[in-house]
Design a protein around this ligand. Sequence first.
Ligand code: GDG
Length: 473
Amino acid sequence: MVDRSPFVVVANRLPVDEVTTDTPGGRVTGSGDSARRWRRSPGGLVTALHPVLVERHGTWIGWSGSPGPAPEPFELDGINLRPVPLSEEDLERYYEGQSNATIWPLYHDNVEPPVFRRRWREAYRVVNRRYAEAAAEVAAEGATVWVQDYQLQLVPAMLRELRPDLKIGFFLHIPFPPIELFMQLPQRAEVLRGLLGADLVGFQQRLAAQNFIRLARHLLGTPYHGNVIEYEGRQVKADAFPISIDVGEMQRLADNPLVRERAVQIRAELGDPKTVILGVDRLDYTKGIEHRLKAYRELLAAGRLSVPESVMVQVATPSRERVEHYQALRIKVEREVGRINGDFGRVGVPAVHYLHQSYSRSELAALYCAADVMMVTPLRDGMNLVAKEYVAARLEHGGALVLSEFAGAAGELRQAFLCNPHDLDAVKDALMRAVTVDEHEARRRMSVMQRHLRRHDVARWASDFLTELGAIP
Ligand code: GDG
C-alpha cells in the first residue's frame, strides 16, 4: 500500500535529474544493478514548492527523464517522488507532438503554424489519464492536488471523475490564447472541460484568465460572475498568479566572490568592450532571438553600434531538438549569426558570441553580472524568468533590460526598455536607449524593479495560489 499524501504536485517532469557519471552526491535508490542516483534539479518551481512539500508530506508525480519503465517511487530531500513511465512513442506523440508541436505554438499566438495529428491527440489523452490515475492513487482523502502546465490539461477533469473528494488546482505557465485561436484546436472542448475539472485555474496574466472565462462561455455556454465560472453544479475560479524567481538564490549567486571574479573574467575574455549585450534563452521560436540579432545587425550596419566597442553574447540552450520547427529555427539563427560575424567581425573579434550550450546557474549569474544590456525579446511568453533573473542579479543596480511587451514580465517590470519585437525599428530604438542610458537613470530603473521582485518572489507566488485554492469551499 502506497503512503497517501495530503498534498500532491503533478507535473510533466519530476524535479530531479538522474546522475549518470561518478559525480559525488545524489541519493541512491534501489540496489545492485538497479541502483540509480538522483539529484534535485535546479528550478524556481521546485524551490518554491519544496518547503510546502516537506511540511505537508507531499508527493510529486512526474516523468523521470528516461524513457521506458518507471523507477520505483523514492524519497529525495524530504519529498516523495512518484515516477510516471513514458515510452519512446509517448514522448514522440504526447510530448514532442501534441504538447510541443500543437499546443505550444497555438498558445503562443501561432507564431509558427501548429501541427495537428489525430494519433498525437490520442496519445495526449492516454498519457494524461496515466498521470491522473497516479494522482488518484497517492492522494489522501480530501487532499490538495496541484497540476502544472499545458502538457496535462486533461488531468483535472480525469482526476475529479476518479476522486471527487479532492481539491484540485491547475496552473498554466504559458499564455492562454484568445477565443479565435483556441477554436482551431481539434480537441478544444475536451481540453476546456479538462481544465474546468479544477477548482482554481491559475494563469500568468489577467488577460489569459479573461480569455479562459470568455472561451468557456463561448464554447459551453457556461455562465460566470466576475472570475467564477458556474460549471456542472460547481464553481471554477480563474485568476492571475504571475510566477517569479527565487530572488534570494540569484542575489546570493551574484554576490558570491567567485561569480563576481568570473564576471570580470568574462568581460576580459570578450576583449573588455564598452558594452556587453546579452541574450539567454532556450532555443525556441517564441523567444524572438532572430529579431534581436537582426536589430543588432542593422545597428552595426548603420554605424550606430560598432565592434569591438560593443559585443553580443547569445546563449541559446538546446531545446526540443527532435521537433521540426526547432531544427528549422536553429538553422535560421545560426545563419544570421554567421552573417553578422562575416560582415562585422575580425580575426579573433566576433560581433556575436553564439553559445548553443547549457550552463550552470553560477555561470549564468556571472553572465548576468557581466552584461550591461540584457535583451529579452519574445514574440509571446507566459512570463519570462530570464528577465527577472537579470534584474535580481544586478546588485549594483546598474545595467539595462530591453524587454518585449509580449512577455508576461512586461506587466511588472515597467522600468525596462519596453518594445514591440515585431517592429524592428522599435527594437533598435529600445536597444540604443538601453546602451546610452546614463548611469543614474539606469540605477533608478533597476532599483525600482528589484524592489518589486523582492516583494514578489516565487515563494509568494506559490503561497498566493495555495491560499486562494485553500479558501475555496
Ligand atoms: C516557461 C514559460 C515562464 C536557460 N538556459 C539555461 C538555464 N536557463 C533557465 C533560465 C530560466 C529558465 O531556464 C527559462 O525560463 P523562461 O521563463 O525564460 O522560459 P521557459 O523555459 O519558456 O518557461 C515562461 C516559465 O515557464 C515559468 O512559468 O516564465 O513564460 O514559457 O530560469 O535561467 N538554466 C541553466 N542553464 C542554462 O543554460 N542552469
